[in-house]
Ligand binder design. Structure first.
Ligand code: CMP
Length: 140
């Protein structure tokens, strides 16, 4: 089925000037940006977005990193978009990511792992709505 998922290009992606490289990978794989903006998350917004991880030992590190600089948030639409996005990103830990994936090619560590992608249809819905109102999405 055609789905919409949330992708975040994290601060390290922007610091390395890789916005175009990353978006190109999604477009070439048939995932189309239907919403896109740049935002510098506040500490509060980062904590809210990652609320499911708040009891994890890395929560502080995660929100500190995600607020270090601006990010690009995108709603990506396409056939099987949620799983497809995760395949293109590769495993959370870049050391475990398959060759040719974004994280294998560009990520530094499990924390600074360049991209985020929704992990389920339920979370995709929540995460897209976190960043985009209806009029900011252009579903084609
Ligand atoms: P993301 O897909 O954005 O969702 C949660 C994030 O937590 C994950 O990517 C990682 O970047 C981060 N994360 C997961 N495990 C660790 C860890 N052990 N140390 C630091 N960050 C982590």
């Amino acid at each position: 089925a055609v789905e919409t998922t949330l992708s975040i290009l994290k601060p390290d992606a922007l610091e390395k000037n890789k916005i175009g490289d990353i978006i190109n990978r999604f477009e070439e794989a048939g995932l189309t940006p239907v919403g896109l903006r740049m935002v510098h998350l506040s500490q509060n917004e980062a904590e809210q977005f990652y609320a499911v991880h708040k009891e994890r030992p890395f929560f502080g590190e995660l929100t500190e990193f995600m607020t270090r600089g601006p990010v690009v948030v995108m709603a990506l639409r396409g056939e099987n978009a949620i799983e497809r996005n995760r395949e293109i990103m590769g495993a959370t830990n870049p050391d475990e990511a398959d060759e040719g994936t974004i994280r294998a090619d560009l990520a530094t560590s499990i924390g600074e792992n360049t991209v985020h992608g929704s992990d389920s249809p339920e979370n995709a819905e929540i995460e897209v709505n976190f960043f985009f109102s209806g009029t900011q999405l252009f579903d084609r």
